[in-house]
Design a binder for this molecule. Structure first.
Ligand SMILES: NC(=O)c1ccc[n+]([C@@H]2O[C@H](COP(=O)([O-])OP(=O)(O)OC[C@H]3O[C@@H](n4cnc5c(N)ncnc54)[C@H](OP(=O)(O)O)[C@@H]3O)[C@@H](O)[C@H]2O)c1
Length: 272
């Protein structure tokens, strides 16, 4: 049955996957709560959705890296309960862990993990009480093995995937769909933020391929708890589940263009 939300809250709605998911849900008649830092982008999207689909959007400008921001977003809903939550806000850092900026990696963990956990916890009880709803948490193919050179990012995405799988198991039979979306490299602003296009593994997919696959999964009676999009990504994820991490890590490091030994070099450079 087509998943047609009444009210969907989408974080990371100012660009990329979050923006397209918001559009597709509006096409299905959903009113939206649009969350991100770039208010101008959210306002433009809200206007577009109203014009094209006649749906109402509430724009919430929020920096989810700020402790307490997710709770503030939730309180701004003033009791309105989304029947769909899409946690799409996220970003990655790239390089040797020892050389990463401490504030930047703290923000990465707060946006990718803490805000997602808090919003998921806030949204789920009302969905369970209604026996209806969906939570989409965007993880990544980076969640299937440690990734030297993107150590923090991959670890946050492993957290997201495993948390989501566990919750999906807990709510089985409740009528609430809980899914970890695991795209591989996708043509969004993601790699602009990473600052290194060579961190992209393989040929990037178009956002529409990823979002269409997500909607097909949500429309199924038995929505899978993990959805890896793209044949090559599914193959990689299946192999990653079989092979030991010590074999996978050199391949993952090369795939994201991380130079072995650069951790020591940058750490020494930083001490000079
Ligand atoms: N593209 C890929 O290759 C790829 C692959 C696997 C998984 N993913 C995941 O897919 C999700 C969506 O990413 P994307 O590819 O669509 O990248 P994107 O185009 O860069 O979008 C990222 C979104 O996250 C929001 N965001 C980032 N930091 C935020 C903060 N501090 N507070 C609030 N919002 C914040 C951004 O909004 P503002 O900047 O306006 O705040 C933006 O809307 C992310 O979780 C990413 O990890 C992406």
């Amino acid at each position: 049955m087509t998943h047609a939300p009444r009210l969907a809250l989408v974080t990371g709605a100012s660009s990329g996957l979050g923006e397209l998911i918001a559009e597709r849900l509006a096409e299905r008649g959903a009113d939206l709560v649009l969350v991100a830092r770039r208010r101008d982008r959210l306002d433009a999207l809200a206007a577009r959705l109203a014009e094209r689909h006649g749906t109402r959007s509430t724009v919430i400008e929020a920096d989810l890296a700020r402790p307490g921001a997710a709770a503030e977003v939730w309180s701004r809903l003033e009791g309105a309960t989304p029947d769909t939550l899409v946690n799409a806000a996220g970003f990655a850092t790239h390089g040797a862990f020892a050389a990463e900026h401490p504030d930047r990696i703290r923000d990465e963990v707060t946006v990718n993990v803490t805000a997602l956990v808090e919003l998921t916890r806030a949204a789920l009880p009302a969905m369970l009480a209604d026996g209806h709803g969906a939570i989409v948490n965007i993880a990544s193919t980076a969640s299937f093995q440690p990734v030297p050179g993107m150590a923090v990012y991959a670890a946050t995405k492993t957290f997201v995937r495993e948390l989501t799988e566990a919750i999906a198991h807990e709510v089985r039979g409740s009528g609430v769909k809980v899914i970890a979306l695991c795209p591989g490299a996708t043509r969004t602003e993601f790699f602009d933020v990473v600052g290194n296009p060579e961190a992209a593994v393989g040929t990037p997919a178009e956002p529409a391929e990823v979002v269409d696959a997500l909607l097909r999964a949500l429309d199924r009676d038995r929505t899978p708890s993990v959805l890896v999009t793209g044949f090559a990504n599914r193959l990689g994820a299946a192999l990653a589940r079989l092979a030991p991490n010590r074999l996978l890590m050199p391949i993952a490091a090369r795939a994201v263009s991380y130079e072995p030994g650069s951790a020591t070099a940058t750490a020494l450079a930083g001490r000079r």
